[in-house]
Design a binder for this molecule. Structure first.
Ligand code: DQA
Length: 148
């Protein structure tokens, strides 16, 4: 088990509605089921996953402000905030933690506005269009980063 193995998984606006959102785009897992799956993958990899979801941009930002006290790295799927929230971008930069951006859907092949991410250059990589498997890819990438 790594000494620095705490990975926060932050979900933003409307991700609590998974299961009700179009399954052809987002899959059919609810957020609870998705988090269970991420937690299982994390356990297998020796990572402690910590989960957070909010529909409030200020809560998301405040979580990022405090993240370096409780986490070693993060995975974030900010939902629609990805495309325009400079407040989240600034808070992510402030956290100083290694981050991977994940999207369930293939954001590069949907509406034009989804192609823009204001956080991607702050992240080690972006994983999109792989559904729940994308979080496993993100965990594996962070494991490389956290392994001395
Ligand atoms: C999303 C993609 C965003 O464009 C969208 O607003 C979401 C979810 C995804 O996981 O595919 O809410 O981040």
């Amino acid at each position: 088990m790594l000494a620095h193995n705490r990975v926060a998984v932050l979900h933003g606006v409307n991700l609590d509605q998974l299961g009700r959102r179009d399954p052809a785009v987002y899959g059919d897992l609810t957020l609870d089921r998705l988090e269970q799956r991420i937690a299982e993958d994390a356990r297998e990899l020796g990572i402690e996953a910590q989960f957070f979801q909010t529909n409030s941009e200020s809560e998301f930002v405040e979580r990022l402000h405090r993240l370096d006290e409780v986490s070693d790295a993060l995975i974030l799927n900010p939902g629609a905030w990805t495309h325009y929230s400079y407040a989240i971008r600034d808070a992510l930069e402030l956290s100083g933690l290694p981050a991977v951006e994940v999207h369930l859907s293939d954001v590069q092949n949907r509406e034009e506005f989804r192609k823009m991410s204001v956080i991607s250059d702050l992240c080690l990589t972006t994983v999109s269009g792989l559904g729940a498997d994308g979080y496993r890819v993100a965990l594996e990438r962070l494991l490389q980063e956290l392994t001395p």
